[in-house]
Ligand binder design. Structure first.
Ligand code: FES
Length: 110
């Protein structure tokens, strides 16, 4: 069983990002995914086939479940991308993910 970290954490300065047009409190040094989870947002994109929600799975840049569009750039792994003041993040649409999979030569399974 895990334990909650209760001391020894130093947060960066508070900043603000935008997620799907909504202002979101974040802290310098944390990832987009961390800021979203801390705000109770768990759905980062939807799959192409069934439109199933996806969020954090591996948390280390391997699974691609956390892809989001950041400042107009699609397919950004939010679990390894740090926040910046004024960053505009959008929930990943299925079309952008499908194009990414096509570029990899994979079939759409989602
Ligand atoms: S959660 Fe797996 S790549 Fe981000």
């Amino acid at each position: 069983m895990g334990t909650r970290i209760t001391s020894g954490i130093e947060r960066g300065s508070p900043i603000q990002i935008e997620v799907d047009g909504r202002a979101l409190q974040a802290y310098e040094g944390e990832t987009i995914a961390a800021a979203m989870i801390a705000s109770g947002i768990t759905s980062f994109r939807h799959t192409a086939k069934h439109s199933s929600p996806r969020g954090i799975f591996c948390g280390m840049g391997v699974c691609f479940d956390c892809l989001m569009t950041v400042d107009g750039v699609p397919n950004v792994r939010s679990c390894i991308t740090k926040v910046r003041e004024g960053m505009k993040v959008r929930t990943q649409d299925e079309h952008a993910w499908g194009e990414h999979r096509d570029s990899l030569g994979e079939e759409h399974h989602g």
